[in-house]
Design a protein around this ligand. Structure first.
Ligand SMILES: *Cc1c(COP(=O)(O)O)cnc(C)c1O
Length: 393
């Protein structure tokens, strides 16, 4: 079978092997604690589900139009509240998940050979989507010692005549880091100076801890709204991952090009999901804080346990629901006859010998680290961390 070069160049998910193995062990009755969740473990709040159910039974089941006055104005209001920037409904495109939004952005922005700067450890989807558009991901490394904050000099050094955009993801998946004001302002200044676009993925903006409010790069200086594509959606904030909704706000020509692309790929999102989303954005908001507070308690516990372990170094997650400990201290050592050279070996070893499934950092550009999600129950977190400590420390 001859496949397109494009299809052949997409990397299969390296994390899938671990999930498959975990599933296999579970089916044999072996209990495996999973730290792999990339989504909230809560159900969608009932009032949101009810609004979508009502939409279905009242016949809201046809193609959704691309002009969605209610949702667009609710999104504009939410973004204005979060960032202080006022957008018009023409500057909004709602897509089938923020992942789809980001795909549209890359397709509308990147020409073959264009370079896009991203920070490692990165969300696996960014380099793939840049490459699918014919672009070249340019990786700037960050480290656990610096709490994964990018070094602005390294960013400057990575810029060439082909650089088109910088992808910013704060709070970050997989790092759990939140960029401070000086980093955001520094990145904004670099974007202005070199006339770059900024793709700001703020999907975890409502999940920040320690009383620190979220800051958007949109707030960092005049001129940012003209060069930023702001990306968000209800998946993480309202536990709505399965609903497939996301949005971009940005300069009108870009949004309009993305809308044209979308027309020929997916059309608009599901009509009744849109109705539920209007309720999510305009209905009661106490569910958001309740989930955030629960995540913060789990974060406290997970960070406390990991930071006391000699087998890893960990930065305190300030947002999202992941910790990304670096297991460099035990790389090259042998346990139960298994030599652990990188995160793939580590994940395999923990699954086989400790009954713990975590996500190896290698596909995220973090070969000695592993991602642990705290979107799972406190009981699981306690037991899973005990197992990791017994197996490694
Ligand atoms: C979960 C996630 C998304 C998007 O999720 P959707 O469900 O497609 O909206 C985007 N970026 C990051 C970093 C994520 O973790």
């Amino acid at each position: 079978m001859r496949l397109s070069t494009r299809a052949t160049n997409v990397s299969p998910s390296a994390t899938l092997a671990i999930s498959r193995k975990a599933k296999e062990l579970r089916s044999k009755g072996i209990d495996v604690i999973g730290f792999g969740a990339g989504e909230p473990d809560f159900d969608t709040p009932a009032h949101i589900a009810a609004a979508a159910a009502l939409a279905v039974t009242s016949g809201d089941t046809r193609y959704a139009p691309s002009k969605l006055p209610e949702l667009h104005s609710a999104v504009c209001e939410a973004v204005r509240e979060a960032t202080g920037v006022s957008y018009t409904p023409k500057q909004v495109l709602v897509s089938c998940g923020a992942k789809h939004t980001l795909y549209n952005v890359m397709q509308a922005l990147i020409d073959p050979g264009d370079e896009v700067i991203l920070f490692a450890p990165y969300w696996v989807t960014y380099p793939e989507q840049v490459a699918l558009a014919g672009g070249r991901p340019v990786i700037v490394e960050t480290s656990v010692e610096d709490d994964f904050a990018p070094d602005l000099e390294a960013v400057r050094a990575a810029i060439t005549g082909r650089t088109r955009a910088i992808i910013v993801n704060s709070p970050s998946n997989p790092c759990g880091s939140v960029y401070g004001e000086s980093v955001l302002e520094g990145l904004a200044a670099i974007a202005v100076e070199h006339d770059l676009m900024v793709v700001s993925d703020e999907i975890y903006d409502r999940l920040t801890y320690d009383g620190r409010p979220h800051r958007s790069i949109l707030e960092c200086g005049a001129g940012m709204a003209e060069r930023t594509v702001y990306v968000n959606g209800p998946s993480k904030t309202y536990a709505m991952t399965g609903w497939r909704l996301g949005w971009a706000l940005g300069p009108e020509p870009l949004i309009s090009a993305m809308a044209d692309l979308q027309d020929h790929c997916t059309s608009n999102p599901a009509s009744f999901a849109i109705a539920g989303c209007v309720e999510a954005l305009t209905g009661p908001q106490d569910c958001v804080e309740a989930m955030r507070a629960e995540f913060e308690q789990r974060r406290d516990f997970m960070y406390g346990r990991l930071s006391s372990m000699s087998c890893c170094r960990v930065s305190k997650p300030r947002g999202a629901f992941y910790a990304l400990p670096d297991f460099s201290p035990i790389m090259g050592t042998t346990r139960a006859g298994v030599t652990i050279q990188d995160s793939m070996d580590l994940a395999g070893f923990l699954l086989e010998h400790a009954g713990v499934a975590l996500v190896p950092g290698t596909p995220f550009g973090a070969p000695t680290s592993a991602r642990l999600s705290f979107a799972t129950s406190m009981a699981h977190i306690e037991e899973g961390l005990d197992r990791i400590e017994r197996a490694l420390c």
